[in-house]
Design a protein around this ligand. Structure first.
Ligand code: ZN
Length: 159
């Protein structure tokens, strides 16, 4: 079957930067609910529309269509004393965004004496990415999945 609104689509993907370096790839396939549920990047969803199992798509996305522009104000310097003892470069911490109340993720990028530099940008922010996806399977979503706006079961949500 073809991918239409309210299809459950299972894909494998690989993502590259403009130099062809592999940024990310699926180990297990992921399943998403197709049709504007904000489960996947919109341009990828658009490219997959009408495709069937076995088809591949390739989408090149500018930062604003992928993981956002790099925002210098999301880089903050904090006191090391507010972090756990074992804080190290590469660790990710959650914090509430005081403006929106949303949970934000900050990556530790540098530790210098009693200061810790954290970066709230997505690791791929500011990057143009090439997203290559292969459709592994397509099925119709059930009413519960459509009601929830996401996929249940294998490769989907478990709750
Ligand atoms: Zn659900």
């Amino acid at each position: 079957m073809q991918i239409v609104k309210n299809s459950v689509v299972t894909i494998h993907y690989r993502m590259f930067d403009t130099e062809g370096k592999l940024l990310d790839e699926t180990e297990e396939p992921i399943a998403y609910l197709h049709g504007g549920y904000d489960n996947i990047l919109p341009l990828v969803e658009e490219a997959l529309h009408g495709k069937s199992a076995g088809d591949s798509v390739e989408v090149v996305m500018a930062p604003e269509d992928a993981f956002g522009e790099y925002e210098a104000e999301l880089v903050r310097v904090e006191e090391k004393s507010v972090f756990p003892q074992e804080v190290a470069v590469g660790m990710v911490f959650e914090a509430d965004d005081p403006a929106t109340g949303d949970v934000m993720f900050f990556r530790v990028t540098e530790i210098d004496g009693d200061k810790v530099v954290v970066d709230g940008n997505h690791p791929f922010a500011g990057m143009t990415v090439r997203f290559v996806a292969k459709v592994e399977g397509v099925r119709a979503a059930n009413d519960e999945e459509i009601g929830h706006g996401h996929v249940h079961g294998e490769h989907g949500h478990h709750h």
